[in-house]
Structure formats: C-alpha cells, structure tokens
Design a protein around this ligand. Structure first.
Ligand code: PEP
Ligand code: MG
Length: 324
C-alpha cells in the first residue's frame, strides 16, 4: 500500500528513548523560508532581519517589512517562527545610520541599546511584526539584552505598540516576546525575566565572545574563542536549567547548534529546540535518532569536568564511537 508521508509538521524527530526535538532553521531572507521547510525544518528559530536593512540609504518602511514577515509566516503554515529585531552595531554595520566610530564596537552601541535613540526604526519594526502576527503566530526576539531594565522597557514598548494597533482597528494575532541570551549577565536575570518574556534563545556566537572575552572575529584569539571550553558548557547547562525552571521556553540558535560533535552535549543540557543553517538540519535529525538523553547527560557532566577543550573533544569522540 502506498503510504502518504506525514506533513512536515509531524516529522519531529525523537531520540532513541523517545524524547522529541525541534530542529529549526536560521534564515536571513524571507524567500528562504519555503526552501527550509522543504528541507525538513520544523520551523524557523532565527530570522535575522538585518539583510532587509543593509546596503540601502533608507530603512524599509512598515509595509515592506510587513510583507517580508508575512511571507515567512504564510509559508510556515503554523510552524514555529522566531523573527529577531534589528541587530546592528558590532560586526553588523548599517549604512543609513550615522553611527559613531567606537574603540570597542562589540562592547558598545549595539542592537537593543540603540532602540531608544532610533525609536522610529524600532517602532516601525515592532508594528510590522505585530501586524504580521495576524498571518500566523510569531515569536519576536530581541538581541543583545544585558539588563532587566531593557527587558521591562521592551515589554512595555511592545504592549504599547499592540495597544496602538488595536486602537487603529488593525488586526493582530498570537505573538510572544523573547530575548537572545548572548550576554552572560542574563543567566542571573532569567527568573525575573520570566515575568515579562515567554522564551529565550542562546546565541552561542556572542555568548562565547562575551563569556571568554574574545572578539569573535579576531584571529589572534581564535584558539580561545571556543564553545567546547568546559566552563562554557557549564554556563550553557546552567542557563538551560534556570530558564526551564523559570518556565521560559529555551532554544539554541548559534553556530554551535550545527556542530554534530556538540549535539550529544546539547541534548545533555536539556535543550530540545535547535536552530541552524538549513544544510545541517537533516544530518542533525539523523544524529539525534541514535542518542539517549540519559547517556548524554552523563557525557555532559564528564565533559564539564574536563580540563581542556581538547579533552572534551576526545570524550565526545569516544562516546560517539561507542554509539555507532
Ligand atoms: C549568536 O550570537 O549566537 C547569534 C545567533 O547571533 P549573531 O550570530 O547574528 O550575532
Ligand atoms: Mg549574536
């Protein structure tokens, strides 16, 4: 009998002990959405919106942004979609903003820190995102948050924009607010943050940069900028546990999620939502199927006890050889 394959939404992968995982895609353009779903993505865990804004003399208006976000939400057919608000500054330049030259741009005027000054750009994006929620549920994620005051500010700003749209009789649907966990201080904010947020996503690229004090693009410190560092693994474990204990949904959307060698450690941390480049999705799902969560937890504890990143790698390689 010919069997119809289940719709993509129902193809969530499970580990050998039956724990289910969402393997999501990172995208930078709205047009990518359709193809990532065709490649088996369970949703979009990170839509970086910077491309919409870069290499142009004026920012996109509300309508243009609304069209882009709606396109992704339409093709998602209800699958989970996380759209990140503008993340400029640091390694991400912006032509239409005359930004000051900074000695340490990664430690300076970036992303959420710029929203109060460039308020119209922020509000326009917030309006477009909330309007797009009428097309399908949307997770709105804010980068580079470091303090509770920023979270409170974001919460009240989005509530205000939603209220304004309602007063204008513009429909909005289901939306959730979250932040990237990419500044180490956020570990200690998670309990309080849960009063204002629905979810968080670990941005391991920046989190490693700020935790290990290594410019992520500087070749002189490349050997130190290493997510396999046992202390960094401990940090990620603690973030995941505390977020879950606080009732916040948690995912990972940094490059680390696409590293097959890291997968058993991520599973051991308790992460169940991983977002990565589309090309990594199928290999990740295949690798997940053979893992056992309990064994991964033990492996993670062993890895955290290691002295060096190299020892961590040896540990994981040994574990993976035993699996195959
Ligand atoms: C990160 O920092 O891990 C991340 C996903 O964001 P970006 O690489 O865009 O800074
Ligand atoms: Mg980042």
């Amino acid at each position: 009998i010919a069997r119809r394959s289940a719709p993509l939404r129902e193809q969530q992968v499970a580990t050998s002990d039956g724990s289910t995982f969402s393997v999501l895609a990172n995208i930078a353009l709205a047009v990518e959405a359709q193809s990532v779903f065709a490649h088996g993505a369970d949703g979009v865990g990170l839509f970086r919106t910077e491309m919409l804004f870069c290499e142009r003399s004026l920012p996109p208006d509300e309508e243009e942004q609304y069209q882009a976000y709606s396109e992704v939400l339409k093709s998602a057919e209800g699958k989970k979609i996380t759209i990140r608000t503008l993340d400029i500054g640091g390694d991400k330049p912006c032509e239409f903003l005359d930004l000051p030259k900074e000695e340490n741009p990664f430690l300076g005027y970036r992303a959420v820190r710029m929203y109060p000054q460039f308020h119209e750009i922020f509000t326009t994006q917030a309006r477009a995102l909330l309007r797009a929620s009428a097309v399908g549920p949307v997770n709105i994620m804010v980068p580079m948050v470091a303090t509770l005051a920023e979270i409170q500010w974001l919460h009240s700003q989005f509530a205000h924009v939603a209220q304004t749209l309602q007063q204008e009789d513009i429909p909005i649907g289901e939306w959730h607010l979250g932040i990237m966990v990419e500044v180490p201080s956020t570990l200690y904010l998670l309990e309080k943050a849960a009063n204002y947020l629905d979810f968080v996503s670990i941005g391991s690229n920046d989190l490693a940069q700020y935790f290990l004090a290594c410019d992520r693009g500087n070749p002189y410190v490349r050997h130190l900028y290493d997510y396999r560092n046992p202390t960094f693994l401990a940090l990620m474990r603690d973030i995941t546990r505390r977020a879950q204990a606080a009732g916040l949904a948690i995912s990972l959307c940094g490059e680390m999620a696409a590293d097959k060698q890291m997968l058993p450690l991520l599973v051991g941390m308790g992460l169940t939502q991983l977002s990565m480049a589309a090309s990594a999705i199928t290999p990740c799902k295949e690798a997940l199927k053979v893992l056992d969560v309990q064994q991964c937890r033990q492996l993670l504890e062993t890895a955290i006890g290691c002295d060096t990143s190299e020892e961590v790698t040896e540990c994981v390689e040994h574990f993976m050889r035993a699996q195959s």
